[in-house]
Design a protein around this ligand. Structure first.
Ligand code: FE2
Length: 483
């Protein structure tokens, strides 16, 4: 680098200082300090920064999911940005380097495009201020896009090249064969300018082949044609062309058109990518929340069951039987999930009942029994604020209501009792009958359970739901229901 400094004359140095004043988007003070306050040297570094444009490399590593390559590139971008005083870019590159180190693909996906935009802005701003820094052929050093020009007319290709090569990398092909050979050799154009009429493969054949290949299907294709008849254009659009340019080509129109197409096309595909990434992030988040909700409810159910040593696992089992009933009754998956939660939490009011009453091995006194019965009202109070899944409140408050109106706490009757509570009522009784309780040392056998349920149809149980339970029991020939 040093040898270049010697070539600057005194006059150059004054000019350099003037240029540096205009680089307001850089922290030139810092940059100059890094270069021992040598203005020419600093500008030399800035120039190298532009020449070492790594946008294509970043894209290549990003699309190839090569995070170690990506990390190396953002690392050197971080260092070079620091040298020239591009602070925002340095910060962004630093965060991307950290993300690449951790292989945090979600973060990289969300910020890669922003990094490129920021990087391109810095390059463009520098380039705009320093016209004399164009290279020997007079072309800009910043070329973000590659355009393939496929045309059998050498003259046409030359015109396109002449007009576009200042801004874009141009790759010429005189035939479809040559074009596909270029693709095979690894050239990946951002846009294809395609002549319609060519010997051998014509434009229609070529676009069909491109669109049939997953690797190339997303490359925008613009037809160049001398036909301005509607049917050719319609056919082209049907084949997937994004636009038409009519020959003979008007240079300024051509450049404006191509700029606009690329802007629109890549803005749109970035947006689509952005939407995809964000949708995935939201879905992941919502999956995570729903798993957490499941775990919290399960933990609450475990808390309820831990309180009552005689009914261990009761909430889990009631939840399981309730879901079987709901499924039998034709509930959707979503509704079944609500019933599951309702089953797990239906006895939550037991938390408010003293341990010595719940776990009393002897027969309860009428007063003690009244305290036990208050668990459904207490449960309702605990869950009444949960309005998003109303079923959990309904089940907790009304699972001891009887179909004939003789239950508690409100003496509701028949369909006035919410359906979920009527389901839990049957599942709850089934579990009580098939478990060992302090007042009963043996569980009912299947025959006794059936006759007990039949006896209570229309009394304790909703007859329809009770019958569903009977059917489920009848189908359970291996008696696996209560394991
Ligand atoms: Fe209960």
């Amino acid at each position: 680098m040093k040898h270049r400094i010697k070539h600057f004359s005194e006059e150059n140095s004054i000019e350099s200082a003037e240029i540096i004043k205009k680089l307001t988007f850089l922290n030139t003070e810092d940059g100059l300090k890094q270069c021992l306050n040598d203005a020419d040297f600093y500008l030399d570094i800035v120039r190298t920064f532009v020449e070492d444009n790594a946008i294509e490399d970043l894209k290549k590593f990003y699309y190839g999911n090569d995070w170690s390559g990506y990390r190396v590139k953002v690392h050197s971008l971080k260092s070079s940005s620091a040298y020239i005083g591009a602070e925002e870019l340095r910060e962004k590159a630093k965060r991307m380097e950290e993300a690449a180190k951790k292989q945090d693909v979600e973060y990289i996906n969300l910020h890669h495009h922003q990094l490129l935009v920021l990087y391109e802005d810095v390059l463009r701003n520098i380039d705009a201020l320093l016209p004399k820094w164009k290279n020997h052929t007079g072309t800009s050093t910043i070329k973000h896009f590659t355009i393939s020009v496929v045309d059998d007319s050498k003259l046409n290709r030359q015109v396109v090249s002449e007009v576009l090569s200042d801004v874009y990398n141009i790759v010429e092909a005189g035939s479809g064969l040559e074009f596909f050979q270029q693709l095979d050799s690894g050239i990946r154009p951002d846009l294809v300018l395609l002549d319609v009429h060519m010997p051998m493969e014509d434009g229609h054949d070529i676009i069909k082949k491109l669109k049939a290949d997953d690797k190339y299907v997303n490359i925008p294709v613009v037809f160049m044609t001398i036909d301005n008849d509607l049917s050719t254009e319609l056919q082209g659009f049907e084949e997937g062309a994004v636009d038409f340019i009519t020959k003979p080509l008007n240079p300024s129109l051509l450049l404006a058109r191509i700029n606009r197409i690329l802007d629109l096309y890549y803005l749109q595909s970035n947006l689509q990518e952005e939407i995809k990434v964000r949708t995935k992030a939201i879905l992941d988040k919502s999956q995570q929340m729903s798993t957490m909700l499941d775990q919290i409810i399960q933990a609450l159910a475990n808390t309820i069951d831990a309180k009552d040593k005689y009914t261990k696992g009761h909430s889990d089992r009631v939840s399981k039987y309730s879901v079987m009933l709901a499924k039998h009754m034709g509930y959707s998956e979503d509704q079944q999930q609500k019933v599951r939660y309702a089953g797990l939490l239906h006895d939550i009011g037991k938390i408010g009942i003293p341990d010595e009453i719940i776990n009393k091995p002897a027969k309860l006194s009428p007063d003690e029994f009244a305290v036990i019965k208050s668990h459904s009202a207490i449960g309702g109070d605990i869950l009444k604020t949960i309005t998003s899944v109303r079923e959990v409140f309904e089940a907790a408050r009304w699972h001891h209501e009887h179909y004939d109106g003789t239950g508690y706490p409100d003496g509701l009757k028949a369909r006035d009792i919410p359906e979920v509570a009527r389901i839990i009522c049957v599942a709850d009784a089934y579990d009580a009958m098939t478990s060992i309780r302090p007042y009963r040392h043996e569980a009912f056998n299947q025959y006794e359970v059936r006759s007990e349920i039949e006896k209570e149809l229309g009394k304790q149980f909703d007859p329809f739901i009770g019958n569903c339970m009977l059917q489920i029991i009848a189908e359970d020939t291996d008696f696996k229901l209560h394991e």
